[in-house]
Design a binder for this molecule. Structure first.
Ligand SMILES: Nc1nc2c(ncn2[C@@H]2O[C@H](COP(=O)(O)OP(=O)(O)OP(=O)(O)O)[C@@H](O)[C@H]2O)c(=O)[nH]1
Length: 385
């Protein structure tokens, strides 16, 4: 899952590692001369060295180095560095850090890899602002930060990537199971989205998900628009042995879902799952229907369903549906069909509403709760699927 993006993130890590390695070669050269010169220039050092035979005194320059990035110090050290052919920012300072077992990643080390990563994210359908936020997060996490060398550059980059991705993916996350358990029954959930993305299948999967957790469900077919919609939901209801509420084609969807809620109240059913017709956010009549469902039923939750493979289109639709008829969360289907990953990364940040589930196949149990940490671990190749 998300293999394309996974490869691109891994390339970013490699690029930063290569930049850092190239830098290290320069640092090694610089470390010899300036550090020796400084040792001669500072008479206090040998005394400390006597009392501590281990090369501990090398740790002494650390506070100096941490406090270093003032403009004046930087420019004077840059002069030193220029002599040894190093980078413009404090080669001596960095050599000192290296001697104390620390390393620092510089903005210039990141420039090229970050440009490449930006292109990679955009080409994976990550929304522009979301990509910018990820890059900003990485910059903040990496630049100028001193890290013990026990951590490899790759490790440090992974952490920065992990944190930046989790930040954008977890926007709006809440504990769905806890929310359902705590809500007054029956809980009514309405599903919206365009045609053919997997709404009906998702309803059937969620019915199974809820029953597995001890909640009873009734299916209400609010898709009174499309011929064959009743039969499709009916088939799922039969397969799962659930009650379905439906009216004939062309009738009022709000009335069907209302009947579903009444049935649930009368029969002690915990959750009403209401299908709706596939629609574009621009189909005024159909959007009016959604508005009416909202007004008449006042559902506990409206979930937007779209397919992960739709990438940027899914992101745009999520935004448009949320603007037209506010959603509480999203389900991304067909995550098994090798999507780029852009929709999974972008939707929460763009709508402010979380992705709650991934559809991972056509069977009823092919539904995975969306856990940002798990998704990011998967993207970074930490977790076997
Ligand atoms: N591979 C895969 N296929 C899925 C997934 N979810 C749904 N599908 C398939 O996608 C197709 C469309 O699913 P539906 O549930 O009919 O979609 P819909 O949004 O209800 O469609 P309309 O009722 O036409 O609006 C079906 O063939 C489903 O089996 C998924 O997570 N993975």
């Amino acid at each position: 899952m998300f293999d394309g993006l996974k490869d691109k993130l891994s390339n970013f890590k490699k690029s930063v590692e290569e930049e850092a390695e190239a830098d290290e070669a320069d640092l090694d050269e610089a470390a010899e001369e300036p550090v020796d010169a400084e040792a001669e220039a500072e008479p206090a050092e040998p005394e400390v060295a006597e009392s501590e035979p281990e090369p501990e005194p090398a740790a002494e320059p650390e506070p100096e180095a941490d406090a270093a990035p003032t403009a004046d110090e930087e420019s004077s050290e840059a002069d030193d560095a220029e002599d040894s052919g190093g980078s413009s920012r404090g080669m001596l300072e960095r050599a000192k850090l290296a001697a104390t077992g620390k390393t620092v990643i510089e903005e210039e080390d990141l420039e090229e890899p970050l440009d490449e990563l930006e292109l990679a994210l955009l080409s994976s359908d990550v929304e522009m602002n979301v990509a910018q936020n990820i890059l900003e997060g990485i910059r903040e996490n990496l630049i100028g930060e001193t890290r013990a060398q026990v951590k490899t550059t790759g490790h440090v980059v992974e952490e920065a990537l992990h944190d930046a991705l989790v930040d954008v993916i977890s926007v709006g996350q809440f504990d769905f199971d806890e929310h359902i358990a705590a809500a007054d029954k029956p809980v009514t959930i309405i599903f919206t989205g365009v045609n053919g993305v997997g709404k009906t299948t998702t309803i059937a999967k969620l019915s199974q998900y809820f029953e597995d957790r001890g909640f009873s469900t009734v299916l209400a077919n609010g898709d009174t628009y499309r011929a064959g919609a009743n039969e499709q939901l009916q088939q799922h209801a039969e397969n799962l042995d659930r009650k379905i509420i439906s009216h004939e084609q062309g009738s009022d969807p709000a009335a069907v879902i209302y009947d579903g809620v009444e049935y649930a109240q009368a029969n002690d059913i915990d959750i009403v799952l209401g299908d709706t017709a596939g629609r574009l956010h621009t189909s005024n009549d159909l959007m009016d229907q959604l508005e009416k469902i909202d007004r008449v039923i006042d559902p506990d939750m409206t979930l937007f369903v779209d397919e992960a493979v739709a990438g940027q289109d899914a992101v745009n639709r999520a935004r448009e549906f949320n603007d037209a008829a506010e959603i509480d969360g999203a389900v991304l289907t067909k995550a098994d069909a090798d999507p780029q990953g852009g929709a999974a990364i972008s939707i929460a940040q763009v709508t402010g509403k979380p992705i709650l589930f991934l559809g991972t196949g056509q069977d009823y149990d092919d539904l995975e709760p969306f856990d940002p940490e798990v998704i990011v671990d998967r993207l970074l190749g930490f977790e076997e699927e």
